[in-house]
Every structure is written in structure tokens, then in C-alpha cells.
Design a protein around this ligand. Structure first.
Ligand SMILES: Nc1ncnc2c1ncn2[C@@H]1O[C@H](COP(=O)(O)OP(=O)(O)OP(=O)(O)O)[C@@H](O)[C@H]1O
Ligand SMILES: [Mg+2]
Length: 375
């Protein structure tokens, strides 16, 4: 039985965006929003720029958009760069950090308190953002890559050593894949497989512990959000398929025996880079049978369980983005999501074309954002 010991990261013990400044991002030429710590609603007509505001916040947490398209599509036509700047309240509201991200032809550039950061992950750590958007139903039936990214996002924030292990594994995996493609000599594989094995052991342990910890959170969220779907549980697959890790003498041996077949395919077919996790409900069958609404609720259960866990570990929930919530869920489920997030004391940005539940409401029109109630 794995024991869950989560380190408390005091650097993040209160995290709300006070001020958000956006420039030349899609149709938003210049916008400045003073956000409230609770529910911020952004309403406006189709194409007004609501999702673009959410995208701005998302960029601070991920360095890419949640929408499809190349990295430069966010830069306003005719501009050479898009920038997002935020003042973030940390340390139980006692301190303010200033973070900024810019996309230009030179790539990404990040700033923390006015100084360039050497790695964008320093910014991402300060801006944990969780997003539910019209494409989120694909989390259930889409490629495992997206689910893995979600899992690893959660771990990145709650497990300090995760990023280092993940990078170490990815580096070694890339080398092994290059050897497979160029038909490298067997002896050249050994050091990289050894390196992969060392990183993989830790990666897998962290993922299992995390998923284990989420079981309770997922059951809690599903019980509140969609009790009609029955009891929920999370299922984790380590990426080794029929070769279970426990059966392997070592992961190194696993990759060694796979070399011939991997050479034929030109890539490493098994290992933590193929891991997956899913949510299962007692009253629902195979994921392919889910209605679109059920798939959205399932995705939300995973996301909100991560919110719950994040808050339990770090003392503060991530910022939650809900794009077009009224179009995505029926009224009952919308109300449950909002109530849940209010109880978690989460800062939320929600968009829609009509009435929205909000503590502070913004109207968006042709890329111009106006606060309707300056409370
Ligand atoms: N690179 C770009 N430069 C300029 N304008 C862009 C760029 N990319 C998208 N747009 C435009 O920006 C606008 C804002 O789109 P956005 O998706 O934010 O609107 P929205 O308010 O969320 O609309 P909806 O209600 O339809 O979801 C759209 O009119 C779109 O055509
Ligand atoms: Mg939109």
C-alpha cells in the first residue's frame, strides 16, 4: 500500500489574479481586467473575444493555448507579439508577484517580477490553471496524450521532483528513439535504457501515488456533480500493456527484450510515455457509449478532483477557466459546478453568450473588455 506524503509548497499558498493585462492577443488589442477572487463572468456575442481572455490566463499556466492551431495563431494579425501580464496575490494575500509571458517570432519569453526567467516552468508553477472548454469531452475518448498531460499537470504542481524526473526520462527516451530509427548498435542502447529505467521507476511511483490519492476526490466530486452516473473510480495504466511492471525483472530488461520489435516500428512502444488513466462510473458502460454530455461530466469530474487535491496539498485551488459553460452543460449540472467551485474558494473565469452566474461581470465586444460592476 502506497503511503501518500505530499510536500506543502508554501510559495503557492494563496494564488489569485488581481490584475490581468492583455495585448495583441487575437482580437484583443489591449485589455485590462481587475478580477475578483471569486466568480468572474465574461459575456458577449459570438466572436467577441471571451475565449481569448481565458486563453490569456491559460498561457500563463501552460505556455500554449488550449485551442487547436499553431503557437502563433494567438498573435493578433498584423502584430509582431502577443503579451499577457498578471499581478498575482500570494502568501495569504500579503505579497504580489508579477508574471508575464510574450509570444513573438523569437518564441516565448517569460518574466517574473520584471526579470526574464530562464525556464517558463518557473511561471507555470505560480499560475496553476485548470480549464474546461468545449473540447474537454475529447478527454474521455480522445488520445491518451491529453489525459497524460492532465495527469502530469497535476503532479507538476503537487510533487516538486516530478518535472526533473519527467525531463530526465524524456531526454533518454528521445535518445533511444533516435537509436531505433538509425539502427544503432545494441551496446549504445544500454546506457539510455538504464537512464530511462531509473527515471521511470520514480515517474511511475509518483503517478501511482497521485492517482491513488485522487480516488477519494473523484468519488467526492462525482457524488456532488453527477450522482446519477453511480460510483466513480479512476483506473491507471502504466504504459507497459501486457508486460506489467511488477512482472518485469527490471524495466531495463523490458526494453531490452522489446528492442527487435521497437526497431521495426522505429519508436519505443512501451513505458511511462504511454501511460493512461481514465474515470469509470458504475452505471455507465464502455467510454464509447457515453453521450457527449456524459463525457463532459466525466472530464469535469477528473478536472475538479484535481482542483480538490491541489487545494488539499497546496492550501489553495488552481484558477479555473470554464469556457462557454452554459452551452456545455444543462442548468442543474452548471449550478452544481458553480456551487462546488464556490465551496472550494476557487477563482473562476466563466464565459457565455447570455446570463452568467458571477460576482463580477465583464462585457466583451469586438475585443474590448468592460467591467459592468466595479465592486
Ligand atoms: N490571430 C488573430 N488575429 C486577429 N483576430 C483573431 C485572431 N484569431 C482569432 N481572431 C478573432 O478573434 C475573435 C475572438 O474569438 P473568441 O474565440 O475569443 O470569441 P468568443 O467571444 O469566445 O466567441 P464564441 O462565443 O463564438 O466562442 C474572433 O472574431 C476571431 O475571428
Ligand atoms: Mg468562445
Amino acid at each position: 500500500m502506497l503511503r501518500v506524503v505530499w510536500p506543502i509548497n508554501h510559495a503557492c499558498d494563496l494564488m489569485k489574479i488581481d490584475r490581468l493585462i492583455i495585448s495583441h492577443l487575437r482580437n484583443v488589442s489591449a485589455a485590462e481586467l481587475t478580477l475578483c477572487p471569486g466568480l468572474n463572468g465574461l459575456s458577449g456575442a459570438n466572436g467577441a473575444g471571451k475565449t481569448s481572455v481565458l486563453e490569456a490566463v491559460y498561457l500563463l499556466g501552460y505556455g500554449h493555448s488550449f485551442r487547436k492551431g499553431g503557437r502563433d495563431v494567438i498573435v493578433q494579425d498584423g502584430s509582431d507579439r502577443a503579451t499577457v501580464f498578471a499581478e498575482i496575490r500570494v502568501d495569504h494575500g500579503r505579497a504580489v508577484r508579477r508574471i508575464g509571458i510574450e509570444r513573438s517570432r523569437d518564441g516565448w519569453r517569460g518574466k517574473l517580477d520584471g526579470v526574464d526567467v530562464s525556464t517558463l516552468s518557473d511561471l507555470f508553477r505560480l499560475a496553476p490553471v485548470c480549464c474546461f472548454d468545449p473540447g474537454s469531452h475529447a478527454l474521455m475518448s480522445g488520445p491518451s496524450e491529453d489525459r497524460r498531460a492532465l495527469l502530469d499537470w497535476g503532479l507538476f504542481h503537487v510533487e516538486h521532483h516530478f518535472l526533473g524526473r519527467w525531463r530526465r526520462y524524456q531526454r533518454a527516451l528521445k535518445q533511444r528513439n533516435a537509436l531505433l530509427r538509425t539502427n544503432g548498435a545494441d551496446a549504445w542502447f544500454d546506457p539510455w535504457e538504464q537512464e530511462m529505467a531509473e527515471a521511470a521507476t520514480e515517474l511511475e511511483r509518483m503517478r501511482r501515488v497521485y492517482v491513488d490519492a485522487l480516488q477519494e476526490q473523484v468519488a467526492t466530486v462525482a457524488g456532488k456533480l453527477c450522482p446519477e452516473l453511480g460510483r466513480a473510480e479512476v483506473v491507471f495504466k502504466d504504459g507497459w500493456k501486457d508486460l506489467t511492471v511488477d512482472d518485469l525483472i527490471s524495466r531495463c530488461a523490458g526494453w531490452r527484450t522489446e528492442r527487435i520489435r521497437d526497431r521495426e516500428r522505429g519508436f519505443t512502444r512501451r513505458g511511462p510515455h504511454r501511460a493512461d488513466w481514465r474515470i469509470r462510473f458504475a452505471s455507465l458502460g464502455n467510454v464509447d457509449h457515453y453521450s457527449r454530455g456524459q463525457a463532459k461530466l466525466a472530464a469535469l469530474c477528473l478536472l475538479l478532483a484535481q482542483v480538490l487535491h491541489h487545494r488539499a496539498v497546496l492550501g489553495v485551488p488552481p484558477i479555473v477557466l470554464l469556457d462557454d459553460l452554459p452551452a456545455e452543460l444543462d442548468g442543474t449540472h452548471q449550478a452544481r459546478v458553480i456551487e462546488f467551485l464556490r465551496n472550494q474558494d476557487a477563482q473562476v473565469l466563466v464565459t457565455g453568450t447570455g446570463d452568467l452566474p458571477a460576482d463580477r461581470l465583464f462585457h466583451v465586444e469586438h475585443g474590448v473588455v468592460r467591467c459592468l460592476d466595479a465592486t
